[in-house]
Design a binder for this molecule. Structure first.
Ligand code: F6R
Length: 364
């Protein structure tokens, strides 16, 4: 049932404040502002963490890597599952591995899980479908509680995966003593505020996104740029746009632009720059400057502080509320998803069932 939405994808985008709150509530005790001790993986003892997943779940894992490394000082080895299992990565049996999958049935992710079990690693499944094969075979299950996701393009499962990975990373930091109790509390407080901020953003950007999507639907190629956790988000933005609108799109690390992709820039190539006002903002803006100098059309997605600080003329700026760094990837997912969705609606594609794609990929 789509309710009063045109597509399941739209309904699922708008469900995110509710489902992410549900997901976070499973790992965080909001009354005490503390992360519950996660059972199943002994984050205090493992020397490193491996992560394998496919598609959007892989991009959630990449953002998770930034968090586990920064907050819990835990080295993370991550790859797309179809490469992970054949790379013969030197993995210690004292390590643990996480497998992220909405469906819990993705063949390559399941094969990576079996491979790690065979090597003696402790395994954890970050899954939406609780009675799936990956959930059954893993030593520990970390549910993302997004509810059924019908649209082939993943939206709410992505932000719920992020919510769970953020909670696990903060839990790991607490277990490993890599952050002070105050720092942990501050992160937990930011996470607690996230669902409400998501609601606020969803209610405020729709009209603006529709205008931009109309413009985007005329493009043949779109570039997405970001730094830090906004880099995987740039790749997710490109993936979302290409899978439902069939417009060619690529996500790049903002700093990589000058090493090749800048050759693509002309006045017909929109460049979507994802830049919250974080530690990387000035660097990203200077990369944006390089695009502007070559006549590129820039759509800047930033926050209030970023909009005030960038003196550059973007052809359009989407301004979100200023939020703490740990929740920025979830909040900035919203304009990214809505932009892809509305562009596809303009193009008249089958948004919930894009050509050539299946919701669950059970062949390798
Ligand atoms: C993208 C998308 C796919 C899936 C990928 C993994 O919108 O939906 O890239 O993320 O096929 O699927 P799961 O998470 O079920 O393992």
């Amino acid at each position: 049932n789509k309710g009063n939405h045109r597509h399941f994808m739209e309904k699922e985008i708008y469900e995110q404040p509710e489902v992410t709150a549900h997901a976070l509530g499973h790992y965080i005790d909001f009354t005490q502002n503390r992360v519950d001790t996660v059972s199943g993986i002994d984050f205090a003892r493992i020397p490193s963490l491996a992560i394998a997943a496919c598609g959007t779940a892989y991009l959630a894992g990449l953002i998770g890597k930034y968090w586990f490394e920064r907050y819990a000082r835990l080295p993370v080895e991550i790859d797309v599952a179809s490469e992970f299992r054949y790379r013969e990565i030197p993995l210690s049996p004292r390590s643990a591995a996480l497998f992220i999958s909405q469906s819990g049935e993705t063949a390559d992710t399941l094969a990576s899980l079996r491979y790690c079990k065979g090597l003696g690693l402790k395994t954890g499944a970050v899954v939406n479908v609780g009675d799936s094969t990956i959930a059954r075979e893993a030593d520990a299950v970390f549910p993302i509680l997004a509810g059924p996701e019908i649209g082939v393009a993943s939206t709410k499962a992505f932000t719920c995966q992020l919510a769970v990975l953020a909670a696990l990373a903060v839990g790991a930091a607490r277990a490993r003593g890599t952050l002070s109790e105050d720092e942990v509390q501050a992160l937990v407080k930011s996470l607690a505020e996230m669902p409400r901020l998501m609601g606020q953003v969803l209610n405020s950007i729709q009209a603006e996104i529709e205008l931009l999507a109309r413009e985007l639907s005329k493009s043949h190629d779109v570039l997405y740029l970001g730094r830090g956790t906004s880099f995987p988000l740039a790749m997710e933005g490109a993936l979302k746009l290409k899978e439902i609108s069939y417009i060619h799109a690529e996500g790049y690390a903002a700093g990589e632009l000058k090493h090749g992709p800048i050759a693509l820039i002309d006045e017909n190539t929109p460049v979507i720059v994802i830049a919250p006002h974080d530690r990387f903002f000035d660097k990203t803006v200077s990369n944006m400057q390089e695009v502007a100098a070559r006549g590129g059309r820039i759509i800047l997605i930033t926050d209030e502080q970023g909009a005030a600080a960038s003196k550059l003329d973007a052809s359009h700026t989407i301004v979100l509320p200023a939020v703490d760094e740990i929740i920025a990837p979830m909040i900035f997912s919203l304009p990214i998803q809505l932009l892809a969705y509305n562009t596809a609606v303009f193009m008249g594609t089958d948004v919930d069932q894009p050509r050539n794609l299946a919701k669950s990929v059970t062949v390798e």
